[in-house]
Design a protein around this ligand. Structure first.
Ligand SMILES: Cc1cc2nc3c(=O)[nH]c(=O)nc-3n(C[C@H](O)[C@H](O)[C@H](O)COP(=O)(O)OP(=O)(O)OC[C@H]3O[C@@H](n4cnc5c(N)ncnc54)[C@H](O)[C@@H]3O)c2cc1C
Length: 434
């Protein structure tokens, strides 16, 4: 990897997401050598992926070059590469670009989509965790409409413009709202020779309410907002199979759809090599103590979505949210320096700043620790929180201008099929593990 040897302790960070970037910033110019690796050369602002998928924003608006974040940091190295294994005995990582030894290792690899072992669903459905995947969804939506114009088979046409979103968490809810708006603002104008009333958006939720990690009020209001936008919300329905065209469920309900977007589960993106006892079974998150130190290892840490830190308030670990990742990253920087200086580390205490979700134009729900609100004011709060959380002034400015333009013009400029999404056969998609 061509990293120079030095007398400084070497800290390797795997992942330049919310946690990795927060840690990098807190280790800036701290008399340590830092090597940050990521399989992408950019940081992704995942909360706005759904806007890229529905043509509201361009991919570059929610990505930021990692090199630009760290370019002025001393003894700091970024390498573009995927880490495949950790050799804990020899204190080194094994990546597709080579091997590198560490004094301290921090795993901040985030999460990946969980299909709960259902290979058929994994093969045939779309996932939305990365920018390439969002662009695939955008292309597929538009390609389906183009295809629907060409077919003479009414059943096939219906299936092409029947969009099924599985999972009623924030991602499914926000995507459903944005698709409903895309239908009204773009698709019915762009495809006047197609009967737009045939376009369906189905949100399928396994539990008895959507947004089940938020308050009951938020769930109820979000469902009302979605229903008003024309989204069909199906609760207590679990998808059991999808062959690329037909969805089966644990009830009598079935769907005929060319597009299934799976947002029903996530699991930690852990890396092989550590003791199996350090990994939470099924969730695949790495067990850490209150200092983000991996169970059974002195010099290996994990933070963000991939880490499972259990305390009395969080028996399943902290929520997989950007705030938890950022706060852990900030503290871990301070703690590693303390450890190097033989000072006691500080335990992590999560500062819950609340959760929110937006459901199309003018509507959002916000749960603060002791207060709930919704509607237009919540929507403004949602916009400003997301705007200020984006990295880079240019991204903030461009996203803001885009939103103002889209709001005033009822339009979305990003409805371009730049990189067509290729299907193996008509209804079987190419798996895209990126
Ligand atoms: C669609 C969507 C919407 C969301 N909306 C919200 C929201 O509104 N509010 C909120 O708080 N949270 C939201 N989240 C969750 C939030 O984005 C995560 O909690 C947060 O990104 C976790 O940060 P992290 O640093 O742990 O992981 P990530 O930000 O996912 O970063 C992980 C990094 O590791 C890299 N990586 C992974 N594996 C490897 C490897 N083997 N080798 C090298 N690099 C690797 C990845 O490329 C990535 O850059 C959303 C998530 C998604 C997917």
């Amino acid at each position: 990897m061509n990293i120079p040897n030095s007398n400084l302790p070497r800290i390797i960070i795997i992942g330049g997401g919310f946690a990795g970037i927060a840690l990098a910033k807190s280790l800036k110019n701290k008399m340590v050598q830092v090597v940050l690796l990521d399989k992408h050369n950019y940081h992704t602002f995942q909360p706005l992926l759904y806007q890229v998928a529905t043509g509201g924003l361009e991919a570059g608006n929610i990505a930021y070059p990692i090199r630009k974040v760290v370019q002025e940091y001393k003894d700091f190295y970024f390498r573009l590469g995927r880490v495949n294994e950790i050799d804990v005995k020899n204190n080194k990582i094994i990546a597709d670009i080579g091997e590198l030894s560490y004094d301290y290792l921090v795993i901040a690899t985030g999460s990946k989509t969980n299909y709960f072992g259902n290979k058929e669903i994994e093969r045939n459905s779309m996932s939305m965790k990365t920018i390439p995947q969002s662009l695939n969804i955008r292309s597929l939506i538009l390609e389906n409409f183009e295809q629907a114009l060409l077919t003479d088979d009414p059943k096939e046409r219906k299936s092409l413009i029947n969009f099924c979103l599985v999972g009623g968490g924030p991602t499914g809810v926000e995507l459903a709202g944005a698709l409903a708006e895309m239908k009204i603002a773009i698709l019915q104008k762009d495809y006047p020779d197609l009967d737009i009333t045939q376009m369906q958006i189905n949100l399928i939720q396994g539990g008895d309410r959507i947004l089940d990690a938020m308050s009951e009020k938020s769930s109820k209001e979000a469902e009302e907002f979605l229903t008003k936008l024309g989204v069909k919300v199906h609760k207590d329905v679990r998808v059991t199979g999808y062959d690329g065209r037909h969805i089966t469920t644990n009830t009598d309900l079935t769907f005929d759809s060319a597009t299934v977007i799976w947002t029903a589960g996530v699991k930690g993106a852990s890396i092989p090599g550590m003791d199996v006892n350090a990994i939470v079974k099924n969730a695949e998150r790495i067990k850490v103590n209150s200092y983000c130190q991996v169970e059974g290892y002195e010099n290996i840490f994990a933070m963000g979505d991939v880490a499972c830190m259990i305390d009395t308030n969080h028996p399943q670990g902290h929520p997989m949210l950007a705030q938890a990742a950022i706060q852990q990253g900030q503290l871990l920087g301070e703690n590693i320096i303390r450890k190097i200086k033989n000072q006691p580390m500080k335990p992590f205490v999560y500062n819950d700043k609340g959760t929110m979700a937006t459901i199309g134009r003018n509507k959002a729900v916000v749960d603060l620790p002791h207060y709930h609100f919704s509607g237009v004011f919540a929507w403004f709060v949602w916009m400003f929180v997301h705007l200020f959380s984006l990295i880079g002034f240019k991204n903030k400015a461009v996203v803001f201008l885009n939103w103002v333009y889209n709001y005033i013009r009822f339009d979305r400029e990003g409805r371009l099929i730049i990189r067509p999404f290729k299907r193996k056969s008509f209804y079987t998609f190419t798996s895209d593990e990126v």
